[in-house]
Design a protein around this ligand. Structure first.
Ligand code: UDP
Length: 257
């Protein structure tokens, strides 16, 4: 069924993947089976029928790279040891990126890779997911605010993220899809907001302040710290800083966040 549709399509964008750190740690094989194995099949069909693929790579591929700003073409990718299963997502995506690029260089497909940097917006995670500590940081914090629970800063909360509003991310993706100048083949794009670089601690405080403006004195929780191991388990390692270089997106997609 999927092969049939790939044969009929001009552009294939395989968006299905588990992208939740908690699951990388708790169920790494599920991540491998869906994110890697299922997507590899699709990539092979795209190559077989010589189609164009727009593939969601990930900011996770840069891992714990010590570079201050992550560039698509020059940054060295750094992941932790194999027992730290958090990296199975990063490695799965990195290998798929490499497979796509190899097929592209062989002339079997056209490709553009894009790497979302902490896109946020409605439906990022359900609040039920967040309740189980299973979602991304923003829905978890929102859930905890609404339920008067403490906000947990993993490892102290000094790590930073560049949250990116979903509509802006989608605007970049739409530009990639239209590819009007046909010059996006073989390109990789970081899609994120470097100007939003914010520590998780500051994010938590910002949310509490905003909530307090809406519902004065209602929130009774506080900020507490848990270690990475306590919050995620032994297979986790955090990423201290993660700032995208978006010059390529600004130049070729005529886009800025
Ligand atoms: N985090 C946190 N408290 C939470 C959930 C997450 O401090 O309740 C931290 C997490 O350790 C990470 C950051 O928030 O450093 C962003 O986590 P998220 O899962 O949203 O995305 P990612 O780590 O993939 O950027």
């Amino acid at each position: 069924w999927i092969e049939y549709h790939i044969r009929k399509c001009d552009v294939i964008i395989p968006l299905v993947a588990i992208a939740t750190p908690n699951v990388y740690v708790k169920d790494p094989l599920k991540v491998f089976q869906l994110d890697f194995e299922a997507n590899l099949k699709i990539i092979k069909w795209v190559a077989k029928y010589h189609k164009r693929i727009i593939f969601p790579s990930t900011r996770e591929v840069y891992g714990m790279s010590p570079e201050k700003i992550f560039n698509e073409y020059t940054t060295t990718l750094v992941v932790g040891p194999v027992h730290k299963s958090r990296w199975i997502y990063s490695c799965s995506k990195q290998l798929l990126d490499r497979v796509i690029i190899a097929y592209g260089e062989q002339g079997d497909l056209d490709y553009t890779l894009f790497r979302p940097f902490n896109w946020i917006g409605p439906k990022l995670d359900s609040l039920e997911q967040a309740q189980l500590g299973n979602g991304r940081v923003l829905p978890i914090f929102i859930h905890n605010l609404l339920h008067n629970k403490d906000l947990i800063l993993v490892g102290g909360g000094e790590q930073t993220r560049c949250l990116t509003w979903i509509d802006e991310g989608i605007a970049a993706l739409v530009n990639i899809i239209y590819n009007e100048k046909d010059e996006l083949n073989g390109k990789i794009f970081n899609i994120g907001s470097p100007g939003n670089n914010l520590s998780i601690k500051k994010l938590a405080q910002l949310l509490i302040d905003e909530y307090d403006k809406l519902f004065p004195n209602k929130y009774k929780g506080k900020l507490i710290t848990k270690s990475q191991k306590e919050f995620y388990g032994k297979g986790y390692e955090d990423i201290p800083v993660r700032v995208p270089d978006i010059q390529e997106a600004e130049r070729l997609l005529n886009w800025s966040p």
